[in-house]
Every structure is written in structure tokens, then in C-alpha cells.
Design a binder for this molecule. Structure first.
Ligand code: HEC
Ligand SMILES: [Cu+2]
Length: 299
């Protein structure tokens, strides 16, 4: 495994260095102890050549580790295209999990084996951290943003999920499990949950209930952008910058619309902070994602 190799290499390198230093220390302690009679003449003067050589050698070694580590980091934090998405909201002191099909669970995440799973995470209160030791993934869940992480489990079983950010009195009990199942078992599990509405459908209802549709579907009096096909495109903002319309962007549009305006529109988007919880925002996001591709004529 990618992370393990790096870890073992670092451990081995540190081991070699510690062993060398300790071995030399012990040898010299014994050899030159005060009662020993070995010759102390013939002292070696330190030379610049030697200093420079060992400094560059160790620097080189550690730079290799650095570049390697940076590569692993980039790999970990750039999710490949996901087969499945799971939405996780951390709150004191539990993990609330929702699947795209609308299935909900608490402190457990059921996923299929050998599939790339993208986890979209939000916090309702304080900083939590989503840690699955067996998968070598850990990511802070910070209030006010959406974080994503991914994994691909290559065997079935149950793995521990922990919160590793001290988040209050019951932090130690904020534990859960990741249940990795084979495809048929997973399909059976999904249907056994008895859900009638997918996340996107629930989002569509919120979209009507909170009046979003009043402005955002074509025939309204307010000039608001169509959200059809918005997801995954680049949005030009009034201040000239460009943002990728991902989960975090949509969240900002809903909860923090005052901080930016879409180019070509008046800043009329109301602020929904305090009215919509993180899981509702995730549902709206799922709905907006489900809206398919934008036709060029809409804008
Ligand atoms: C009063 C009308 C109005 C309502 C209600 C409204 N919006 Fe908006 N929305 C706008 C306008 C105008 C913009 C573009 C200007 C801006 O960014 O402020 C916008 C921008 C957006 C964008 C960014 C679109 C893009 O092309 O990048 C998203 C996403 C969005 N709104 C989602 C929502 C959701 C979800 C709701 C309901 C919870 C909602 N809006 C309710 C008027 C509205
Ligand atoms: Cu926590």
C-alpha cells in the first residue's frame, strides 16, 4: 500500500540513522573510557570536505523522502472519479451518514468492496476528524466548509471509524464502523433500508419548500442563473475570479452568498445560513448535481 511503503521507508531510514549514532556513541564510550590505555594521539582534524559531504548526503536522502511524501499527499487528496458518494455530517457526538439513494445510518458506513468511494463531509458544530486507521485516511471536518476524502477498500469486513479531533466531553465515544460488503450483499443492504426517496429527490423538495425554485427556474421575475448542469463547470464571478462548481462552491452559494456574486447577476441570492442545516445543504447539492448538463441557450 502506498502509505505503508512510505511509512516503512521512513521508519527504516530513521532506524539506520539511530543505529549508527548509538553504535558510534557506545563504541567511543567504551574505547576511550578514562581508564583505557588506547592511544589518544593522532587526532583527526575535521575537514570541510567531510562536513559538506555528509550534510549534502543527508539533505539528499531527506529530499527524496520529501518528494515521495509530497507525491503520496497529492495522490491522497485528489479524488479519482468516484463510483459511489457518501455524505457524512459530524456532530457532537456522532457521525450521520447519508447515501445517494437516501439511505441513512448513524456511526456506520456501508460501502461496496473494490469501488472508489468519495466521502463528502461537513460539521454541524465543532471540528471533528474522520479517521479510518485501516484505510490510512484521516481528514478534519471543519465547520463552515465541505471536505472530501476518498478510499477504495480491497477486502470485505468491518473497520473502525474514529473521531480524532477532541470535540467535547463525549469525544471518546464518537466512534463508528465502515462495513465493506461484496456487491450483492451491498445491493441487498441498500434495498433493505426501505427508503422511498433519494437524496436528490429530498433536495428537490427542499428546493421548492425554501423558495429556491421561485428564483432559479427559468420563468421567474428575478434574474437568477439556471442551475441546470452547473455542477462541475467553471463559474465566472463578478470580481473576475473563476471557481469550480463543486460541493464546497454550492455550499458557499447557499450559506455564504454575500461573499461573492456570479458575473452578470445582481447580488439577490438570499443568505440561508441558520435556516438550513448541513444535511439539508448536502441534499440540495445532490439535487443540483442531478440536474444534468446545462444547455448553452440557458445563459
Ligand atoms: C430571491 C431569489 C433567489 C432565491 C430565493 C434563491 N436564489 Fe440562488 N441565486 C439568486 C441569484 C440572483 C443568484 C446569482 C447572483 C449571486 O450570486 O448572488 C443566485 C446564485 C445561486 C447559485 C450559484 C449559481 C451559479 O451559476 O454559479 C446557486 C448554486 C444558488 N443560487 C442556489 C440556490 C438555492 C439552493 C436556493 C434555495 C435554498 C436559492 N439559490 C435561492 C437568486 C435566488
Ligand atoms: Cu468528534
Amino acid at each position: 500500500m502506498v502509505v505503508n511503503n512510505l511509512y516503512i521507508a521512513e521508519l527504516a531510514l530513521s532506524g539506520v540513522i539511530i543505529a549508527t549514532v548509538v553504535a558510534m556513541m557506545l563504541t567511543f564510550c567504551v574505547r576511550y573510557r578514562s581508564v583505557s590505555t588506547v592511544s589518544r594521539s593522532n587526532r583527526v582534524e575535521k575537514t570541510w570536505h567531510f562536513e559538506i559531504a555528509w550534510t549534502t548526503a543527508t539533505l539528499g536522502l531527506f529530499l527524496i523522502i520529501f518528494v515521495w511524501g509530497a507525491q503520496v499527499y497529492a495522490w491522497l487528496y485528489q479524488p479519482p472519479p468516484a463510483d459511489e458518494e457518501v455524505y457524512v455530517v459530524g456532530k457532537q457526538w456522532m457521525w450521520k451518514v447519508e447515501h445517494a439513494g437516501g439511505q441513512r445510518e448513524i456511526n456506520a458506513v456501508h460501502v461496496p468492496v473494490d469501488k472508489t468511494i468519495k466521502v463528502v463531509m461537513a460539521s454541524e458544530d465543532v471540528i471533528h476528524s474522520f479517521f479510518v486507521p485501516a484505510f490510512r485516511i484521516k481528514h478534519d471536518v471543519v465547520p463552515g466548509t465541505l471536505e472530501t476524502i476518498w478510499f477504495k477498500a480491497n477486502k470485505t469486513g468491518t473497520f473502525r471509524l474514529e473521531c480524532t479531533q477532541y470535540c467535547g466531553l463525549q469525544h471518546a465515544t464518537m466512534q463508528g464502523k465502515i462495513v465493506v460488503m461484496n456487491a450483492p450483499d451491498y445491493a441487498r443492504w441498500l434495498t433493505s433500508q426501505g427508503v422511498h426517496e433519494s437524496l436528490a429527490e429530498q433536495g428537490a423538495e427542499l428546493f421548492r419548500a425554501h423558495g429556491c425554485s421561485g428564483c432559479h427556474n427559468g420563468n421567474s421575475t428575478v434574474h437568477a442563473p439556471s442551475l441546470v448542469g452547473l455542477f462541475g463547470t467553471l463559474v465566472h464571478l463578478q470580481d473576475g475570479s473563476v471557481r469550480l462548481a463543486d460541493e464546497a462552491y454550492i455550499r458557499d452559494c447557499i450559506l455564504n452568498p454575500r461573499s461573492f456574486t456570479v458575473a452578470g447577476y445582481a447580488p439577490l441570492m438570499p443568505d440561508f445560513a441558520g435556516q438550513l442545516g448541513e444535511d439539508e445543504v448536502l441534499k440540495l447539492t445532490a439535487y443540483i448535481k442531478s440536474l444534468g448538463r446545462k444547455q448553452e441557450s440557458v445563459r
